[in-house]
Ligand binder design. Structure first.
Ligand code: FBP
Length: 297
């Protein structure tokens, strides 16, 4: 079953946003070969942008503006929320145009992450209408959730997204993907990681959040990018990375936390807000939240 048939029953404006982004993703998947290397620009975090970051960002913004389907758009590559007065709907969208782009020069999997809201995007993740991500790996896959299950599609030779897996549920598994440097770990987090290692968890960390969380969603376990020495809010962005992927994993029976509480309850104060991230199975999330509680006693 193709994506446009599978999504047919959903709200027209939300459905069209997902379909429009899926079309842009096809262009992005064909753009890697001719847009290599860094651009001579940096984003609002002072990170050097890749040529693909800039191109994918501009493509998504221009296509979503032209669609008249989106009123508010926040991008990880843009300093502020954009408002499209021409829009006929009140949809708000967040985009990380190319997560993991620092891995492009070594040809590892990267992805596009999208959060969908009714109205203001500076809202807690639990208020999302839905979320989706596209993974550009050996296959180009698209995973979406509009509050009625998590579904995965793969792009076939005709360039169509065809259903691969329905109602994905995160299994119990023993994979851990630990971000940040071990030397900078804070005590509770160090105890958590050492506990997983003692239980025989296998380390799988590529440096691409979307790819690493995709693996956790399918194999079980936990991804972490914690608060660490010198960075009490961690590295990853609440709005563009943690909330949309956390929404999908939570809808698949997992959980997402900042180490102390459900990350989907946090109302962003700014588009650039960072947050410590733990995302994966409910068992692992309950464990780290318990250890942080003990740590404060
Ligand atoms: P962007 O590429 O969207 O800036 O994402 C940040 C990111 O690359 C994540 O995908 C990944 O989990 C993390 O940073 C890797 O950080 P580090 O290089 O410190 O391990």
């Amino acid at each position: 079953m193709k994506l446009d048939t599978h999504i047919a029953s959903h709200d027209e404006d939300v459905k069209q946003v997902v379909l429009r982004i899926s079309e842009v993703a096809k262009k992005i998947s064909r753009g890697f070969a001719t847009r290599r290397g860094a651009s001579n620009t940096s984003n609002i975090y002072g990170e050097q942008q890749q040529a693909m970051d800039v191109w994918a960002d501009e493509l998504l913004i221009s296509e979503l503006r032209a669609s008249k389907l989106v009123r508010y758009l926040a991008s990880e590559e843009q300093p502020d929320v954009l408002t499209f007065e021409v829009s006929v709907s009140n949809i708000g969208v967040t985009i990380d145009p190319l997560d993991g782009s620092s891995l492009l020069d070594v040809n590892l999997a990267v992805g596009t992450i999208v959060g969908i809201y009714r109205g203001d995007v500076l809202s807690p993740g639990k208020e999302m209408l839905g979320a989706m991500y596209v993974l550009y790996g050996p296959l180009t896959t698209l995973t979406y959730c509009l509050r009625e299950g998590v579904y995965e599609f793969a792009m076939d030779d005709n360039g169509d997204f065809v259903l691969q897996e329905e109602n994905i549920v995160i299994p119990e598994g023993k994979i851990y993907a630990p971000g940040a440097l071990r030397r900078d770990y804070l005590p509770a987090h160090r105890g958590f990681i050492e506990g997983l290692e003692a239980e025989g968890y296998k380390l799988r960390y590529s440096g691409s959040f979307v790819a690493d969380v995709h693996q956790i969603l399918h194999k079980g376990g936990v991804f972490t990018y914690p608060a660490y020495a010198g960075r009490e809010m961690g590295k990853l962005r609440l709005l563009f990375e943690a909330a949309p992927m956390g929404f999908i994993v939570s809808q698949a029976g997992g959980a997402v936390s900042d180490g102390r509480r459900d990350l989907l309850t946090i109302k962003p104060e700014a588009v650039s807000q960072r947050v410590p991230v733990y995302i994966g199975g409910k068992r692992e999330i309950t464990l780290i939240e318990g250890m942080h509680k003990e740590d404060t006693l």
